[in-house]
Ligand binder design. Sequence first.
Ligand code: SF4
Ligand code: SF4
Length: 298
Amino acid sequence: MIDRGIVFNIQKYSISDGPGIRTTVFLKGCPASCWWCHNPESQAPAPEMTLVEGRCLSCGECARACPHGTAGRGQGREAACLICGRCADACPTGARRLAGTEMTVADVLAALLKDRIFYEESGGGATFSGGEPLCQPGFLKALLAGCRERGIRTAVDTGGFAPRDQFLEVATAADLILYDLKLMDAERHRAVVGLDNRMVLDNLAALGAVHDTIWIRIPIIPGVNDDRANLEATAALAARTPGVRQVNLLPYHRTWHGKLRQLGRAGADDAIATPSRERMEELVRIFRAAGLTTIIGG
Ligand code: SF4
Ligand code: SF4
C-alpha cells in the first residue's frame, strides 16, 4: 500500500456525498476531461497554484517570499514556478493557495477521526472523491483500510475509470459506491468526456455482481446528456444492475467558472443555465418509471 498521496480538499460536514454527515476527501487527478467539471482543480494529478484576484491587496508579500522571483499579483503559474507554496504561506488574505498538497494516510485519518462523533450521530462517514479517486489506487486502498480498522464507514465517488481488478479491489473495500454516469452512447461519451465509456459500463456490471450498495449519480448538463433517449437508457441500465439502491440527479451549475479563473485557465464562458426544478422533476419521472428510487441532488 502507498502511505501518501495528493489531496486538494477535505470538506467537513458534507451532507451531499452519501448518507448522514460526512467528511469528503478530494484526491487529485482524473483521466476524463469533462468541460463542466465542478472541480477543475481536481483534474491535473500534481498540485497547482491558484489565485483569487479579488482578494489580492497587491501587498507584494508573495513576491518577497518567492525564492524564484515568479510570484506577484496575477502571477505564479508560469513555467518557472516550482509549486513550493511559499508565496501561499506568505499571502495574508488567502488570495494565493495551492490546490493539492501531499498528505500521509495518517494525516487524513487524523482529520477524519476529529469528526467521528458526527458520523456516529448521523449515520455518516468518510467519502473519497476527486477527480477520480482511483487515480491514486494505493493511497485510496490504504485510506479505506484505515477507516475500516477504526470503524468509520466509507463511500467512494468514482466514474469507474480504472482497470477492472484494481477497481473491484478498491470498490469492495468501501461500504457505499457513488457511481457517476454521464452518457450511454459511446461516441457522445468520447466527444465530451474524452474517454471511451466501455470501461465505465463494464466496471458497473462487475460491481453490481459483488456490491450491494450502489448509488448512481448523473450530472444533468442541458444540451449534453439531458435528452430522453440518454436518460431512458441510463435508467434501464441502473434498473437491471443488482446493488443499485438509488439514483441521484445532479443539476448543472456554474460554480466551476470561478475555479477555472483561479487556475488561470480559459474557457469559462458557457451560457448554460441550471435546470429548473420543474425540469428536474420531469427527468426524475423517467427514473421512477423504471422502478428506481430517485432524488434531485445529493
Ligand atoms: S509556489 Fe514557490 S516558486 Fe511558485 S510562485 Fe510561489 S513561491 Fe514562487
Ligand atoms: S501576498 Fe497575496 S495579497 Fe499580497 S500581492 Fe501576493 S497574492 Fe496579493
